[in-house]
Design a protein. Sequence first.
Length: 65
Amino acid sequence: METTLNIAIALALLFVVGVLGLGLWNMLRGGSGNTSQRLMRLRVIGQAVALVLLLGALFLFGGRA
């Protein structure tokens, strides 16, 4: 269970970094503002998912020494 959660956290963080990169690339090349907005909203959702996964991992496995 712990390994699965760690993999899910890593994937969520990679997703956030990837979407952030796509959003920045779109902005730098002068792409559509609507696309940038959509990507940044997707990034925020990804961050929320990553945060929930991190907090869940801390709650479930944080008490171990």
